[in-house]
Design a protein around this ligand. Sequence first.
Ligand SMILES: Cc1cc2nc3c(=O)[nH]c(=O)nc-3n(C[C@H](O)[C@H](O)[C@H](O)COP(=O)(O)OP(=O)(O)OC[C@H]3O[C@@H](n4cnc5c(N)ncnc54)[C@H](O)[C@@H]3O)c2cc1C
Length: 250
Amino acid sequence: MIHAGGIDLANRMKRGAVPEHVVTLGQIPDLCGIQEIGGRIEIGAATRHWEIENDPMLRCRLPMVAGYIAGLGNIRIRMQGTIGGNIMAGEPGYEMLPLLAVLGADLVFADWSTGGQEITAAREWVLPRASSSKTLLLTSIRIPLRPITVAWNRELRPALGLVASLEWSGDRVLHGAAAVIGDHRGPMVREHHFTEALPAADAAPRAANIAEVWADKFPDIDVLVGPDRDYCRHVLSVMLRRVLHTMLKT
Ligand SMILES: Cc1cc2nc3c(=O)[nH]c(=O)nc-3n(C[C@H](O)[C@H](O)[C@H](O)COP(=O)(O)OP(=O)(O)OC[C@H]3O[C@@H](n4cnc5c(N)ncnc54)[C@H](O)[C@@H]3O)c2cc1C
């Protein structure tokens, strides 16, 4: 069993899990730290939330990531928990995977049984696979550096959270990605392609319409929030409208 920050592991052991072996990642330098390499940020899987939140380079290059992580749990959790543990715990309410999905990040794994490397898009990571996988070690997370804005809404957590991104070309918005937080299957991500590259000033008055169209791309949202599909869709469209206003700075 892999021990990263040990938070979930300790809780599972308190509930009766008895690992045969425990491998601690914290002392392996290659799995810790944050670097800019070429056009991307690479974060070691054993890097603690608190280190990511306070890394000067990351705060400059991807300030919204630091802001998002500052809202996870509490300071004790962030000082102990790691980004890799958050992803591999396989808990639907944990928030790093949806963020990484809307950033277009990749997860880099080492396969202990073959010695090979496997790279999976964060948006395609399926949570049950995380808990059933015995041989995959998550080694790092790669986040491409693109002109992107991120916003989130945690008001209805733990039932439902939302994180979204907009990609820009100058002052024009090209593309959006939104992920709901709380789905037991993995990050439920839906994209929104703007028909033409839309100046922010033109997109802002249309935020309510864009949110309505975007919300329709989540037909199975009721599995998270409740049986009334129309109500769930309405709640999601309100959350989408709010994050759009934040990203468009209106
Ligand atoms: C009270 C509380 C509140 C919290 N609030 C939030 C919150 O608001 N938002 C949020 O997102 N999270 C929250 N968390 C989760 C927390 O942020 C940690 O990310 C999480 O507990 C995992 O931490 P860890 O690094 O200690 O993982 P560990 O407990 O060490 O590991 C978790 C699991 O992942 C496996 N694992 C760990 N690292 C790897 C790896 N590199 N490769 C393969 N498998 C690996 C382990 O074997 C284990 O099965 C909360 C946790 C607690 C206890």
